[in-house]
Write a protein that binds this ligand. Structure first.
Ligand SMILES: Nc1nc2c(ncn2[C@@H]2O[C@H](COP(=O)(O)OP(=O)(O)OP(=O)(O)O)[C@@H](O)[C@H]2O)c(=O)[nH]1
Ligand SMILES: [Mg+2]
Length: 335
């Protein structure tokens, strides 16, 4: 990206609005760029494209590594394209790429049928850069997909770290994929995750595991009654499916539509989307502030000086931070 010359934003916008997938891809790359010029261009572009966004069903799919998220998305996506004439975009977030230092999604996002279909768009998305977290980039990518005419946007995230909680804040409906044998112990589920979940799906309900999956689903349904309802008032549903055999997918899509209908008829859809826009705005605002402060030469000099002190002496880091705070106040508020 660093070597990319400034793109022609008008051509990019026109291409994107015409549904051109290469333009969409380029626009997302621009948003993820850390170059200041690119950031400014992308914010202007987003501002103009915003009125064209917002029209898709936004679906979050999470689950532990290997739960079958990609296989499930491929099955659901193909069904939506073939039976419902939808255009489907998939944004795949892999928080583990932060630890490995590079994206390993190249191997992981193989959704062969979808990636060959011209009504689908698949894209690994940046988890975070120096300045922002999952939220800022994914939210922007969702809006760009919508402006490019995609009716359904699916965000895949691995259920480790906090990424699924962040993704929940950007989607209309949140699916958690479980596998047979993972247990029906809701108490053991990561804190906070159950509040996010709208649909619990037991995947790999095929072959020898089919019956066990159905039993687990029944147990989960019973256990769910013991937990408080979602803030939205929606009663969580439990489904089983086999993504490989493409069984149970229609039932899950019906539940997604039912949920969408519930949100819209209760007026909660608008409220939820508004909260999401607010959260995005706060993210953008924080980045803007961080960027502004960090790029002040006087602040940079102060940061370098404090850093040098800590490595050259055995100073107490907390003491240095306190001194740095005082110095920062002086820099900004001196008369
Ligand atoms: N039997 C069976 N196997 C499945 C099913 N869905 C996925 N698998 C298999 O499970 C393995 C993992 O599937 P993926 O779709 O890559 O899982 P994932 O959750 O996207 O994995 P990560 O992206 O690594 O977190 C693959 O070998 C799939 O073939 C299913 O419905 N039934
Ligand atoms: Mg995957």
């Amino acid at each position: 990206m660093a070597h990319l010359s400034p793109p022609d934003i008008n051509a990019l916008k026109a291409g994107l609005l015409a549904g051109n997938r290469a333009s969409l891809s380029q626009a997302i790359t621009l948003c993820e760029s850390s170059l200041r010029l690119h950031q400014e261009l992308s914010l202007n572009m987003l501002e103009e494209l915003l009125p064209h966004g917002g029209k898709s069903i936004r679906i979050g799919v999470s689950g532990i590594p290997g739960a079958g998220k990609s296989t499930f998305i491929e099955a659901l996506g193909m069904e939506l394209i073939e039976k419902h004439q939808k255009k489907v975009a998939v944004l795949a977030i892999d928080p583990t790429s932060e630890q490995s230092g590079g994206s390993i999604l190249g191997d992981k996002t193989r959704m062969d049928d979808l990636s060959r279909n011209h009504n689908a768009f698949i894209r690994p998305t940046a988890t975070s850069t120096q300045l922002g977290g999952v939220g800022q980039y994914t939210q922007a990518a969702i809006i760009l997909c919508e402006a490019a005419g995609f009716d359904v946007v699916i965000v895949e995230t691995v259920g480790v770290g906090q990424s699924e909680i962040s993704v929940n804040k950007m989607v209309d409906v949140f699916l958690l994929l479980q596998i047979v044998g993972a247990g029906d112990d809701l108490q053991g589920m990561k804190r906070g995750i159950l509040e996010c979940v709208d649909l619990l799906v037991i995947n790999k309900a095929d072959g020898e595991l089919k019956q066990k999956a159905q039993l687990e689903a029944a147990n989960l349904k019973n256990a769910l009654h013991l937990f408080p309802q979602k803030h939205s008032g929606w009663s969580r549903q439990v489904k089983t499916c086999s993504s490989i055999e493409k069984k149970g997918i229609t039932d899950i899509w019906n539940a997604i539509e039912e949920h969408q209908q519930y949100l819209k008829s209760s007026g909660k859809f608008e409220v939820q989307r508004k909260q999401q826009t607010d959260a995005w705005f706060v993210d953008l605002q924080n980045n803007c502030l961080f960027d502004f402060i960090h790029t002040q030469p006087s602040v940079q000099a102060l940061l370098i000086k404090t850093r040098a002190e800590i490595s050259s002496t055995n100073s107490n880091p907390l003491g240095l931070v306190r001194e740095m705070k005082i110095a920062l106040k002086e820099l900004f508020f001196r008369k």
